[in-house]
Design a protein around this ligand. Structure first.
Ligand SMILES: NC(=O)C1=CN([C@@H]2O[C@H](COP(=O)(O)OP(=O)(O)OC[C@H]3O[C@@H](n4cnc5c(N)ncnc54)[C@H](OP(=O)(O)O)[C@@H]3O)[C@@H](O)[C@H]2O)C=CC1
Ligand SMILES: O=C1O[C@H](COP(=O)(O)O)[C@@H](O)[C@H](O)[C@H]1O
Length: 594
């Protein structure tokens, strides 16, 4: 079997885990298979010859039927037609034939905005470029701004980029993509305006089975109106209708629950895709692979061997332009309660029964529910102040014109969290997130315990912590996974050194890493919910943070000021020290770690 498919053998150098395989090596029709949910979930199921089983099934025309646990009932619920029974032979790709006869309309609500321009349209183009979008698709921009189709295309064209390694036919591809982009101007609370959109969508759908995806890329105050109007006037009549909801999902437990209740007046939970774009990042996606497919890590993944875990996020710029939004939320809601907590849940969960969305989300929610309520004394908050360096003066948070003059909103926070379960009892999970710091970085650092009865302890001096192993998963930039180990410096003496076993993505893979929004948009189109937040996860996340946020606000706790471009408030060091922890990122700089 493998011999008949030489291009896809593991010897060809094609990475099966990558959605972006080289054009040279496969015809476009096959890419659609590679981008499919079934393929992407099961590529790691290798046949004894090292060949992905699913690729064999695909060649037999059995891909969906053989691997996806979809019942006709579920498909009907999702608005798909029941599958015909699998038949042999390349011409009988039952499910694929149906895909060809259906169409997907993607409506970006709030299309004139920052996120749409910066992320959503470029991600859709990248998917189109990679032949990951269905054959029949249309992209609609919807917003109040007046724009013609041509103006939308101009706006979108400015933001599109081509992958470095595939520039050849990029402008053709852009042109083809832009021809599929249209614009409809309307109010967010007007069923009539959405009905007019519906009419236009129908024209493009040309009586095919129509599937519709709405991406709510507006401020949250618009979400409910837009969902009401879209669901009542522009839902698909014969296919699925799904809605991607951007953050923030409320600002505390009560408002988040109210938002969920309101959305559920118009949508089933299965139709709601709450996006947390950090879950779509390559290295976050790789976290479970690292842990569950390598024997060397999972046995160490507990309080027995792990001393502490750190989730770090820093940006080297301030709120610049987003102060209006940010001031109502602050860094804890903006980064910790969602991005860092989601990564923590993935990191700490028990082995799920399978890779199915519900199995993974069940495990994540258990972690969140096992977490101890955060105490004010386990949190440090900060706010950046102006700073002049090299003759350049950097503004304070309060200099942002969209921020109230006396705002106490934290732009930095550090916190110590605990998971009160058997695996993690007593292990500090530290988070640190800040804007206007000295660098832009997101990483997970796992610091292992000391080696008991270490024969070489005299070589490390008094600082045994520095000699412990540390696993670093650098989410961005310059993605890498490295393990710090101790080794002997070559020579006749016995001097020890610290080195990194380093998987540096740029050196290992020539492929550009897809943007998180690409992965998440594709998942939403395919109905894959694994990387989206379920409502009970959201509740558990808010339950954890809401009392703390209330206390900070009610007591009007003043944030510790830190200079723009610095390493943040000193309080963060005391917090870590309270739990015998040293922030790994600061050690790293000290040691010129790669
Ligand atoms: N920008 C980013 O980097 C990120 C954004 N997000 C989230 O994504 C969503 C969209 O973000 P972003 O694009 O920055 O938002 P914008 O503020 O740019 O708003 C998007 C569009 O919504 C419409 N709009 C804005 N304010 C109002 C209002 N008060 N009443 C009615 N309509 C309004 C405008 O379109 P028009 O006037 O034409 O109708 C605007 O172009 C938000 O929920 C945000 O929190 C999440 C992560 C990152
Ligand atoms: O959700 C958000 O994320 C961005 C950071 O995202 P990244 O992918 O660029 O790391 C952050 O700037 C923003 O404040 C926040 O709302």
């Amino acid at each position: 079997m493998a011999a008949s498919l030489p291009h896809y053998s593991s010897q060809s150098g094609v990475s099966y885990s990558s959605r972006h395989v080289r054009h040279r090596e496969a015809p476009a029709s096959v890419y659609q298979g590679f981008c499919s949910k079934t393929y992407r979930k099961l590529v790691s199921d290798q046949s004894p010859s090292g060949f992905p089983l699913n690729a064999v099934f695909m060649q037999q025309g059995l891909a969906t039927a053989a691997t996806e646990k979809v019942t006709p009932l579920k498909q009907m619920k999702d608005g798909m037609l029941p599958l015909s029974p699998p038949q042999e032979g390349l011409d009988d790709l039952g499910s694929m034939k149906e895909e060809r006869e259906s169409t997907v309309s993607i409506t970006v609500v709030g299309a004139s905005g920052d996120l749409a321009k910066k992320k959503i349209f470029p991600a859709l183009f990248a998917l189109f470029y990679e032949d990951c979008l269905p054959k029949h698709f249309t992209v609609y921009g919807y917003a109040r701004s007046k724009m013609t189709d041509a103006e939308l295309r101009n706006m979108v064209a400015k933001t599109l980029t081509c992958r470095i390694d595939k520039r050849e036919n990029c402008s053709d591809k852009m042109e083809q993509f832009l021809k599929r982009c249209f614009y409809h101007s309307g109010q967010y609370d007007s069923e009539e305006n959405f009905a007019a959109l519906d009419k236009k969508l129908k024209e493009h759908e040309a009586s095919r089975l129509s599937n519709r995806l709405f991406y709510l890329s507006t401020p949250p105050s618009i979400f409910i109106d837009a969902v009401r109007c879209a669901s009542q006037s522009a839902s698909s009549a014969n296919g699925w209708t799904r809605v991607i909801v951007e953050k923030p999902f409320g600002r505390d437990l009560g408002s988040s629950a109210a938002l969920t209740r309101a959305l559920k007046q118009y949508l089933e939970e299965e139709q709601i895709f709450r996006i947390d774009h950090y879950l779509g990042k390559e290295l976050v996606e790789n976290l479970s692979v690292l842990r569950f497919s390598n024997l060397v890590f999972e046995p160490l993944w507990s309080r027995q061997y792990i001393r502490n875990v750190q989730f770090l996020f820093s940006e080297d710029f301030g709120t610049e332009g987003r102060g209006g939004y940010f001031d109502n939320y602050g860094i804890i809601r903006d980064i910790m309660q969602n991005h860092l907590l989601q990564i923590l849940a993935l990191f700490a969960m028990e082995t799920p029964v399978s890779l199915d969305a519900e199995d993974i989300r069940n495990e994540k929610v258990k972690v969140l529910r096992s977490m101890r309520h955060l105490q004010l004394e386990d949190v440090v908050i900060g706010q950046y102040k102006s700073h002049t360096k090299g003759g350049i003066s950097y503004p304070s948070y309060l200099d942002d014109k969209t921020v109230p003059k006396n705002s106490l909103t934290p732009t930095f926070a550090a916190a110590a969290l605990f998971i009160d379960n058997a695996r993690w009892d007593g292990v500090p999970f530290l988070m640190k997130a800040g804007k206007a710091l000295h660098t832009r970085r997101a990483e997970i650092r796992v610091q292992f315990r000391h080696v008991p009865g270490n024969l070489y302890k005299r070589s490390f001096g008094t600082d045994l912590d520095r000699a412990t192993n540390e696993l670093v998963i650098r989410v961005q930039p310059d993605e890498a996974i490295y393990l710090k180990i101790n080794n002997k410096i070559p020579g006749l003496g016995m001097r020890l050194d610290r080195s990194n076993l380093n998987l540096h993505y740029a050196a290992r893979y020539s492929k550009e890493i897809p943007d998180a929004y690409e992965r998440l948009l594709l998942d939403a189109i395919e109905g894959e919910r694994r990387l989206f937040i379920r409502s009970d996860e959201l509740d558990a996340a808010w339950e954890l943070f809401t009392p703390l946020l209330k206390e900070i606000e009610e007591k009007k706790i003043a944030p510790e000021l830190y200079p723009y471009g610095s390493r943040g408030p000193v309080g963060a060091h005391y917090l870590a020290a309270k739990y015998n922890v040293r922030w790994g990122d600061l050690n790293a700089e000290h040691q010129h770690e790669s």
